[in-house]
Design a protein around this ligand. Structure first.
Ligand code: FES
Length: 190
């Protein structure tokens, strides 16, 4: 019995080659589609990402970053709460402000040394403010007289609010060297 190879059978080679070619074509098409899928997915992903980022940016514009700082104004009680001839240190810890009352007026001094910004101490027995950092000294009304501080302490705006209480505004300062200690707002007549 003669052995006949399948491939040698007449008419069997052509369909196999056809099938092989079709297989290759399918494979090429699959590769093409998978590439198309990939690019399509990548496109959607980048579109979604762009949309998301744009939305975030838009939301960010709707809610601008605002720094909430404490108000520079505070109520400091009634003029009658302050003794004539005394410096009150009751607002130093909380507001860094002294309130001074003399026979005619009341004013507020910022407790910040004009040398490098340390907080001086009111030394009642010596009648002066003394800076613990480099030894600057200031008289009761805020004039610099010893140490490296180059100028007087700064005074702050004072006014009487609608409820009769003193309102001190730390955003407005009055400087001695500019002749501002006599300006309206730099003191209250009492
Ligand atoms: Fe007050 Fe230097 S910071 S003397």
């Amino acid at each position: 019995m003669s052995e006949v190879n399948e491939e040698s059978k007449p008419g069997s080679a052509a369909p196999k080659a056809e099938a092989k070619a079709k297989g290759k074509k399918d494979e090429a098409q699959d590769t093409l589609w998978s590439r198309r899928d990939f690019f399509s997915l990548a496109g959607w992903a980048s579109f979604t990402a762009t949309l998301g980022l744009s939305s975030l940016y838009f939301l960010r514009l709707l809610f601008p970053r605002v720094l909430f700082e404490p108000s520079p104004k505070f109520k400091a009680g009634n003029p009658g709460d302050y003794t004539v001839g005394e410096v009150s240190s009751k607002w130093v810890a909380e507001q860094r402000v002294w309130v001074v009352r003399d026979n005619e007026k009341l004013y507020a001094i910022l407790a910040r040394c004009t040398h490098l910004g340390c907080t001086p101490l009111w030394l009642r027995s010596e009648g002066k403010y003394k800076c613990p950092c480099h030894g600057s000294g200031f008289t009761m009304d805020g004039m610099n007289f010893e140490g490296p501080a180059p100028r007087a302490l700064e005074r702050l705006k004072v006014e009487i609010g609608p409820d009769g209480q003193i309102v001190i505004d730390k955003s407005k300062v009055f400087l001695f060297e500019k002749g501002e200690w006599g300006k309206p707002g730099s003191f209250l007549r009492v």
